[in-house]
Write a protein that binds this ligand. Structure first.
Ligand SMILES: [Zn+2]
Length: 161
């Protein structure tokens, strides 16, 4: 027979557990794709690992994607999520692949106050991999310049039928 006190304890414990579980799961990572550091080292090239997991920056003019002019899609090197379309790529003259707009629901941004200047960091919304930065000196129609590290992207040319 369940006493009134035991029932109350069950209710309290039950609700506390249901409140705590989602919170702790969310604080671990809100990204859909997660790996341990060792796993990322295996998945990514050394250059991509440095950029994507340690906010590195590839040397300018080092990425073959800077010179890529075919139609296609630029996907995340970490989780394959399509991030940019070739339709939004433009010549920025900076030495990094640049886009004026990401694909819908593809990237997230956060404040980056390193290097003594305020910049806006851009990362993949699915795996959290660092991709580059976004600046407000881009061309029309957005006025934005997504300055991306080529090693963080995988280009897939559109196959024309
Ligand atoms: Zn990703």
């Amino acid at each position: 027979m369940t006493t009134r006190r035991e029932a109350l304890a069950t209710i309290l414990f039950g609700s506390a557990a249901s409140l705590l579980l989602p919170a702790s799961a969310a604080s671990a990572s809100h990204f859909e794709v997660t790996h341990t550091d060792a796993e990322w080292r295996k998945i990514l090239s050394p250059a991509a690992y440095d950029v994507m997991r340690h906010q590195g920056t590839e040397p300018p003019w080092s990425s073959p994607l800077e010179y890529e002019h075919r139609k296609g899609t630029y996907a995340c090197a970490g989780c394959d999520l399509p991030l940019f379309s070739s339709d939004t790529k433009f010549e920025s003259g900076t030495g990094w692949p640049s886009f004026f707009r990401p694909l819908p629901h593809a990237v997230e941004t956060s404040a980056d106050n390193s290097l003594f200047e305020e910049r806006t960091e851009v990362h993949c919304r699915r795996c959290g991999g660092h991709l580059g930065h976004v600046f407000d000196d881009g061309p029309k129609p957005t006025g934005l310049r997504y300055c991306m590290d080529g090693v963080a992207l995988k280009f897939r040319a559109m196959v024309s039928a």
